[in-house]
Design a protein around this ligand. Sequence first.
Ligand code: FMN
Length: 273
Amino acid sequence: MNIKSSAIVLFSPTGTSSKVVGAVCDGCRCAARVIDATYTTPDNLEFASDALVFVAVPVYGGKVAPLALQRMEAMRGDKTPVVLIVVYGNRAYEGALSQLDEFVTQRGFVTVGAAAFVGEHSYSSKEHPIAVGRPDMTDLADARNFGKELATKLAAITVPRMVDVTRLVPPRDSLWSKLRFIFFILRQRNKKKPATKPAPVVDMEACKGCGKCTRLCPNGAISPDGKHTDAERCIKCCACVKCCPARARHFATPYAPILSQCFAARKSPVTIL
Ligand SMILES: Cc1cc2nc3c(=O)[nH]c(=O)nc-3n(C[C@H](O)[C@H](O)[C@H](O)COP(=O)(O)O)c2cc1C
């Protein structure tokens, strides 16, 4: 294929999707323009047939993070080849890749490659580690290799050939982990919902008011001094928790311990071309 330009469209509050797609592009040897939809809705999301587009997004609740799709709503292609990358926190990506495939196909793109990679879970902490440090060196080497194979595939074809993302086989969990997690979810559903929506809490003594969390919040949910969070706007991405230099922000969720216990076994990336 004669590719004249390439672009990365990404949404990545805690940076793992961004790292993975960067490594894929490195492997592909394409100097892609980065269109970051993490903080604002980008303007120019129309792509010609001779462009190559990479889309990278995190998985939330087995689906594509809703704000990512909202920000990418205006994407339009003209039979433009697209490579889809979903990044998940070592539990499961469930229907996210199929959902993203449908989203881009409806907008005129042809999915020529797809992958599901693991990134450190947004809820991971010292007490409840979940996929800590991922994507690691091995993941990034796999991502570069995927990019290399993609370049070989594209060099060998003249028109984009669609891949069937449903053929991708997700990594398996032990039956014990699966059942334990399902029972936990069922118990959660039967519990009374808290009166207010959950959001990260601030240790007022530790917070220096530097405003880094305010700048890195994808949905403008944090006050300029960083002391208050609008729970209605918060998407629970935990970017504010991870970026705080004073470690003054915490997100207490009952999901962290169970995810840490049930999904400790390493999952490898899966790719399709
Ligand atoms: C609200 C929310 C829901 C999530 N749901 C899932 C999930 O269903 N499965 C999973 O494995 N990881 C899940 N994660 C973890 C993220 O997919 C993972 O941390 C990802 O690497 C974040 O991408 P980013 O660094 O690009 O923001 C969830 C994270 C958040 C904040």
